[in-house]
Ligand binder design. Structure first.
Ligand code: CTP
Ligand code: CA
Length: 227
């Protein structure tokens, strides 16, 4: 255990974490993607395992080694990730959506590689992906389960106001809001955030290693778990 050892306060709990960034196929060789490295999600998986949880990590296109003792379910697209999360959430005590899910995908993926033919390129028509996080909250509410659902958000401008509005829209129990821009968050080793809850909770987590942020998130989740 790190830092002198933590009590295994998540022993007997099952947690499901999504990490990385989805890829939305344009053709067999091209995709629309994003810069998410998966580091924050992997830190959440490592710290939960260190605190005794049984951990499933749904990993979208992450180039990191599998954390020891964690079950990794690889996915590619937002639709894959939605299916995997809906399957894995069953019976879980906590579900954390740290993956960067593409908001849009190409309406159709070409079966063959798209070739140049000297004329203007065809536009790529996009359609909206399902909101996985909102779907997980809806599934939880439908079943009336005591399952803690956590979202992440990267915001610019009025970070707190945007975060509060997003928390209300998604209906999750905690929203971890990162401020982005100026080299923060994507691919970096450090992270800083404010964690919002519907009861008005706003916990500031100072800039530090992604493991520290992960441990603070698990502290807040652990407080909300039923005995
Ligand atoms: N998310 C999701 N499914 C989507 C988009 C986002 O589950 N189709 C999740 C992310 O994993 C994250 C949270 O929702 O936990 C917030 O993502 P974000 O992109 O900030 O929210 P959006 O609702 O997509 O809003 P925006 O227009 O600001 O991108
Ligand atoms: Ca989005």
């Amino acid at each position: 255990l790190r830092r002198g050892g933590r009590a295994p306060d998540l022993a007997g709990r099952r947690v499901v974490i999504s990490a990385g960034g989805t890829r939305e196929a344009i053709d067999p060789v091209r995709f629309i993607g994003n810069h998410s490295s998966g580091k924050q999600g992997y830190a959440l998986a490592r710290t939960a395992a260190a605190r005794g949880a049984e951990v499933t990590l749904v990993a979208a296109n992450v180039a990191l080694p599998d954390p020891a003792g964690v079950r990794v379910v690889p996915v590619e697209s937002a639709l894959d990730l939605a299916d995997a999360m809906e399957a894995e959430r069953r019976g879980a005590d906590a579900v954390v959506m740290s993956a960067a899910v593409a908001d849009f995908r190409p309406a159709a993926s070409a079966a063959s590689k798209i070739k140049k033919d000297g004329s203007a390129p065809a536009p790529v028509e996009l359609v909206e992906n399902p909101d996985v996080l909102a779907g997980l909250v809806a599934s939880r509410d439908r079943e009336g389960l005591a399952q803690t659902v956590v979202g992440f958000a990267a915001e610019t401008d009025d970070v707190l106001a945007n975060g509060r509005a997003k928390l209300a829209r998604k209906g999750c129990d905690l929203l971890v809001v990162n401020q982005v821009g100026g080299g923060r968050a994507f691919g970096t080793e450090d992270n800083q955030a404010v964690v919002l809850g519907p009861d008005g909770t706003a916990v500031e987590i100072p800039r530090g290693p992604k493991e520290d942020l992960a441990d603070r998130v698990w502290d807040l989740v652990a407080e909300r778990l039923p005995d």
